[in-house]
Design a protein around this ligand. Structure first.
Ligand code: NAD
Length: 294
């Protein structure tokens, strides 16, 4: 069997950033600096890292970003009031509310408060509805990044069996809709597995492309795939170890087990993660560009 191809989000995201440079320059010539407001509620360490990584990239590209940190006892009303202010603040073309929110808050109420035109994460029901109708506006960043990776490496989805494990609103479900749309990448026969799925192994073994987004480290091994299945590992999971940091980051997939069987695989880190950030930047630039045509 030939060696598995590494689907490098690091490499592909760099080419995305390169392609965005002329668009950023055009906006700046029109006195527009694309801006992102990132809202972080509470002190979840992983969320802190994600927001820092995202905003660092905005700064590197000369874009405007501001992170608003709120304490974990912030009420839903207070958060919604802040979002309403950001909706009318012209410095910000995109608003990101980092999930998960504290348990006392209703995600849906909060996401509904974001102006859909600034919803660069693509989680607002209007944007999810447009996606379902096959006329997407802002596409959620992780599924969009996966499509871009597949496109970059010429991985055909048309007519293929794609199995997605995990049905969250931010990854699995929008991914399943996008890949079943009549477009390219798309046109796939999609099966969405979740915690109530029976005989999951039989299903995943039928996959030409397997996408795992469960957040369960090691939940996909060579026993779950067939020869040459393409494996996309969305998982970003902290596992405690003896290192200085006290933990390492692993995906959902047991990499060492599947590497001998798969034809192509995303590493963790360096696979889907960098693509998610690149798509957030791209969506923010799209949002800024849409203010130009007014
Ligand atoms: P989530 O907890 O909201 O959803 C997990 C889904 O997996 C649920 O639908 C659940 O039904 C399903 N599931 C859990 N265990 C399962 C099992 N054993 N078999 C079948 N289905 C199972 O998680 P999420 O927010 O979608 O994130 C999933 C993983 O992806 C996490 O590790 C998260 O950190 C990571 N993530 C990565 C990126 C990225 O940029 N790479 C972006 C978002 C999330």
């Amino acid at each position: 069997m030939t060696e598995a191809q590494l689907l490098s989000g690091k490499t592909v995201s760099e080419s995305v950033y390169k392609s965005l440079i002329p668009r950023i320059s055009d906006l700046k010539e029109n006195s527009i600096t694309p801006g992102l407001a990132a809202v972080l509620v509470g002190d979840d360490p992983a969320s802190n890292v994600y927001v820092r990584n995202k905003t660092k990239r905005f700064e590197k590209l000369g874009l405007f970003t501001d992170t608003i940190k709120l304490s974990s006892d912030t009420t839903e009303d207070e958060l919604i009031k802040l979002i309403e202010q950001l909706n009318v603040d012209n410095r910000f073309h995109g608003i990101l509310v980092q999930l998960p929110l504290p348990k006392a808050m209703d995600n849906q109420n909060v996401l509904l408060a974001i102006n859909p035109k600034k919803d660069v994460d693509g989680f607002h029901p209007v944007n999810l509805g447009l996606l379902t109708a096959g006329t997407p506006s802002f596409i959620p960043c992780t599924p969009k990044g996966i499509l871009r990776l597949l496109e970059h490496y010429n991985i055909e989805t048309d007519g293929k069996n794609v199995v997605i494990v995990g049905r969250s609103n931010i990854v699995g479900r929008p991914m399943s809709i996008l890949l079943s749309l009549k477009r390219n990448p798309g046109n796939a026969t999609v099966t969405l597995c979740h915690t109530h799925t029976q005989n999951q192994k039989d299903i995943t073994r039928s996959a030409d492309i397997l996408i795992s987004a469960t957040g369960i480290p090691g939940s996909i091994s060579d026993q779950d795939i067939s020869n040459d299945t393409v494996v996309i590992d969305v998982g970003i999971n902290r596992v405690e170890d003896d290192s200085e940091k006290g933990y390492s980051i692993v995906g959902d997939v047991d990499y060492n087990s599947v590497i001998h069987k798969t034809s192509a695989i995303t590493p963790v880190p360096g696979g889907v993660g960098p693509m998610t950030i690149a798509m957030l930047v791209e969506n923010t630039i799209e949002a800024a560009e849409s203010t130009l045509s007014k």
